[in-house]
Design a protein around this ligand. Structure first.
Ligand SMILES: [Zn+2]
Length: 69
């Protein structure tokens, strides 16, 4: 079960996993994975809920298990 996380720590983990910034939206920041086939959107809130953390992990299946938590 995923745990909630601070947004800045999610962004740091994306960076460390080799993901790249795509664009800033009104409500989300979009990142692409290193393989180029997957994207994810991080909400622009200080705290990211456990449900969204689970979605981010699912949206980037090419990353190694445990990359985010
Ligand atoms: Zn990928």
């Amino acid at each position: 079960m995923p745990r909630p996380m601070r947004r800045r720590l999610v962004l740091r983990a994306l960076d460390a996993a080799g993901c790249t910034f795509v664009r800033e939206g009104a409500e989300h920041t979009v990142y692409a994975c290193p393989c180029g086939e997957h994207k994810t959107a991080v909400p622009r809130h200080t705290d990211v809920t456990a449900g969204v953390i689970g979605s981010i992990i699912k949206q980037l299946p090419c990353l190694p298990k445990g990359w985010l938590q």
